[in-house]
Design a protein around this ligand. Structure first.
Ligand code: NAD
Length: 296
């Protein structure tokens, strides 16, 4: 079985690496957090003291890091691990980062003869734990095919979006749309509540009407409409406002560079950044509902 180096064992990376171990891969792991590292070591991974040690002799190197600067630092420049990688290794970055950094990292690795794909995910912590993530891959057809064995141990749907960087572009288009749906669903539910409707009844009506969308189906933002979602648990767990604000900033940067018009995405970014600045950064992104709710 192949050896996988896994760098970044946070809310997403931890369970993803755990699923690789369950599928029989040998995992060499590294995270700045000793707790996260010890947790995966207890499941059978080799705990490494640096990204370079983890990547040595690995067939695949997977990273799941917060942002572009962490990915660039891991692979390129003076701190980068490119020099210790096997020439036939495949580097798979699953973090959500800007497409420009993904292309830059891909080009620098390619210059040293090492293959790279960007493979951001959709599906959240629940999908990471269940092994049902959607991977959105940017890279060559050949490298997309090479990645199938590892990606399918962590996910259910694998998409090839285009060349290096295309995975990141598709991912931020999706998250921009998701944020717009979350804000729109929140304001519509509150409008109903303010006019005497029961949010459960209104949700059922909209689910069978043309307002139906993913947030109503699986992630209702109004507390106590749906069990086992962050809104019914004080907006804890799930997908942090900080991360959504980051993704919306990436969408805005991308729109500026392609001179695209994204008025709804720009507004959603402003609302999420305002919500973040009110101290909700660590809460789930469905908590934007609170911005519309009437305080007693
Ligand atoms: P997280 O903050 O829980 O985990 C990041 C981990 O990386 C932490 O354990 C941290 O210690 C580690 N780390 C940071 N810098 C490092 C370095 N230089 N070397 C080694 N380890 C380092 O974040 P997360 O929720 O797991 O998200 C990771 C990525 O996945 C982000 O890009 C995020 O946008 C994306 N994502 C998250 C979700 C979600 O629901 N949480 C969903 C889809 C995509």
């Amino acid at each position: 079985m192949s050896t996988v180096a896994f760098i970044g064992l946070g809310n997403m990376g931890g369970p993803m690496a755990s699923n690789l171990l369950k599928a029989g891969f040998k995992v060499q792991a590294f995270d700045l957090s000793e707790t996260a590292l010890a947790q995966l070591a207890a499941e059978g991974a080799k705990a490494c003291t640096s990204a370079a040690e983890a990547a040595t002799a690995a067939d695949f190197v997977i990273s799941m890091l917060p942002a572009g600067k962490h990915v660039a630092m891991t692979y390129t420049g003076e701190t980068g691990i490119a020099s210790v990688l096997r020439k036939d290794a495949l580097v798979i970055d699953c973090s959500t980062i800007d497409a420009t950094t993904a292309r830059k990292v891909g080009a620098e690795l390619a210059a040293q003869g090492i293959a790279f794909i960007d493979a951001p995910v959709s599906g959240g912590v629940g999908g990471a734990k269940a092994g049902t993530l959607t991977f959105i891959v940017g890279g060559s057809e050949q490298n997309f095919n090479r990645a199938q064995s590892v990606l399918s141990a962590m996910g259910k749907n694998l998409f090839h979006a285009g060349d290096v960087g295309a995975g990141q572009v598709a991912k931020i288009c999706n998250n921009m749309l998701l944020s717009i749906l979350m804000v729109g669903t929140s304001e519509a539910l509150q409008l109903g509540i303010d006019n005497g409707l029961d949010p459960k009844v209104l949700s059922d009506i909209m689910l069978k009407s043309s307002g139906r969308n993913w947030t109503l189906e699986l992630y209702n933002p109004c507390p106590d409409v749906m069990p086992n979602v962050p809104s019914s648990n004080g907006y804890q767990g799930g997908f942090m406002v900080d991360l959504m604000a980051k993704d919306l900033s990436l969408a805005t940067e991308t729109a500026l560079s392609s001179q695209s018009s994204t008025p709804m995405g720009t507004l959603a970014r402003s609302l999420y950044v305002a919500h973040q600045r009110q101290g909700h950064g660590k809460e789930d992104f469905s908590g934007i509902f609170q911005m519309f709710a009437k305080k007693n």
